[in-house]
Design a protein around this ligand. Structure first.
Ligand code: GTS
Length: 204
């Protein structure tokens, strides 16, 4: 199987972390797509992913899977017990809920800020500056909310590392790139982030 990515960009990193957590990195061939040069908007890549985004997982039978959550779900069920997306009905629902909250309100909100209220990739189709700024506010408010969550539990979705932690890490990495950092008073979020950096998958 192949993963199309632009290494070190936040969304591809989510897939790299999931692969490392599941011990699957060696089973994947990584194909670099030159996003800064717009290769992801060229016909060859659009034929695989009409949305023109990375990462993309291509299975050996040609099936193409996009969206980090879907790709993570695939890896989580490919080998061993599912650890990242939950086993029981309750676990799966709670992990899904938290994942979606941090994806929409941290990672995607910061991406929207980047694409709309900064020069972005330099070839943005359109920009809505005010909305981008609002998205930044939304992301920061959510970081404070996450701090309160992490005051009572060790991981974003409970007592284990899950896809919700991966998404939050990617959000903070994207934030770092555009000068949105963990608020100084968010000590529980900071402590969680420090712990995450000790995991081998963090350097995936
Ligand atoms: N929800 C998607 C997912 O989960 O894969 C987001 C994918 C995405 O937006 N990828 C970015 C991209 O390809 C790369 S990253 O910088 O966010 O990591 N952007 C290209 C573009 O033109 O928007």
């Amino acid at each position: 199987m192949k993963v199309y990515e632009y290494k070190a960009f936040p969304n591809p990193w989510r897939v790299r972390i999931a692969l490392a957590e599941k011990g699957l990195t060696e089973r994947v061939e990584f194909v670099q797509v030159d996003v800064p040069q717009g290769e992801h908007k060229q016909p060859a890549f659009l034929a695989k992913n009409p949305a023109g985004t990375v990462p993309l997982l291509e299975l050996d039978n040609g099936t193409c899977i996009t969206e980090c959550t879907a790709i993570t779900e695939y890896f989580d069920h490919l080998t061993g017990e599912p650890t990242l997306t939950g086993k029981t009905a309750t676990e799966r629902a709670v992990i899904h809920m938290r994942q979606r909250q941090v994806e929409a309100n941290v990672l995607d909100a910061i991406a929207n800020y980047f694409h709309h209220a900064t020069p972005g990739l330099g070839f943005e189709a359109y920009q809505i500056q005010a909305w981008g700024e609002k998205q930044k506010e939304q992301a920061i408010a959510t970081l404070y909310r996450l701090d309160r969550v992490l005051a009572t539990q060790p991981y974003i979705a409970g007592d284990r590392f899950t896809v919700a932690d991966i998404t939050t890490l990617a959000g903070l990495a994207f934030g770092d790139f555009c000068q949105i950092t963990i608020p100084e008073t968010a000590i529980h979020l900071q402590a969680w982030h420090d712990r995450m950096q000790q995991r081998p998958s963090f350097s995936a």
